[in-house]
Write a protein that binds this ligand. Sequence first.
Ligand code: HEC
Length: 360
Amino acid sequence: MVTNKKAYTRFSASDRMEHFVLIISFTMLGVTGLPQRYGEFELAKQLIDLLGGIESVRVMHRFFAVMLMAVSIYHGGAVSYKLFVRRVRLSMIPSLTDLRHAWQYFLYNLGLRKEHPKMPRFNFGEKAEYLAVVWGTILMVITGFMLWNPVVTARYISGEVIPAARAAHSAEAFLAIAAIVIWHMYNVHIKRFNRAIFTGKISHEAMEEEHALELEDIEQGRVYQPPPVEVMLKRQQVFTVYAAMMTAILAGGLVYFVSLEDTAIETVPRQSFEQINDIDVTKGNATLGEIVWLEQNCHSCHGETGEGVYPVLPLAQTTSDPQAFAIAIRRGPADMPGYPVNQISDEEIAHLYVWLQSLD
Ligand code: HEC
């Protein structure tokens, strides 16, 4: 067989740019999202530390979510341009033919057919993957909105949807990452290393193998003919107005999404993955407790002798049990910072507790 060196253009610069932004945002959403989902695992804790702690991971997750939403808006514009200005057929829309191709391919894989079906510009697998990205993104944006703006969501729908949104957000993330790592990587990079999304070009062999119907169309001259320049210009003018309006509306929506409330970042108590050990108060020493209190600056909020500085409640003669006391110090409720073991040891917590109890 003579190999044909001819290459065909498959993706425009705009398509490739979209895909590139998608790679970055998707990957980083996974990197900053998975350790939040699997926070109890050592690896997740290490990754969170590496990324500067849980607060920074959560802010990064939001940053890349905005990037994904922005590229999705751009994608909507690019598709609209193809539809309204160039008036090309939307080659990503699934049809019954795709179902037939999938079935024929299945038989071929089982050895029940000699040849696999000839497929169009986007074959059934690619269409399915595209739809998964579209629907997955819509789901993530809706559930992400609820998690980002829980107070508003609870006001208009019901507080119960927030844990449900979290479960769906997390499950869809897992599904999407598994699909990319297993399905996409295999089909696009392992079965045949397809660089088309980076170079824009596809080889003749790959066209024969994966898009034989499109190749036939090209070879027989059945290709897209752009309309006369005047027509094109006219359509572009209309489109510019439409695109400017849509961009304004959607960008406004994005700003609304991001700035509606800061609850999720500001007031959820800091989760500390520090293990909280049992506190042995019998080893506590009141004198040392007072020193720790002053050294660690507890007095700046709770007062010199734990009397409380408004609006912080007094701690002297605390009625909480030593364990709850330790949890409060490790986690840090409300505006109080959490203190990890390397900053305040378990013994020092015992000293603090005994000192506060000894006060009158
Ligand atoms: C930045 C101010 C601030 C600092 C510094 C601070 N705290 Fe707090 N602490 C608070 C706030 C706010 C609360 C929430 C409850 C309240 O309003 O009293 C709190 C709550 C607590 C509680 C739980 C009280 C309870 O019964 O619910 C404990 C225990 C505590 N702090 C101990 C400490 C110790 C020990 C230190 C020093 C290592 C410290 N705090 C440093 C602001 C602070």
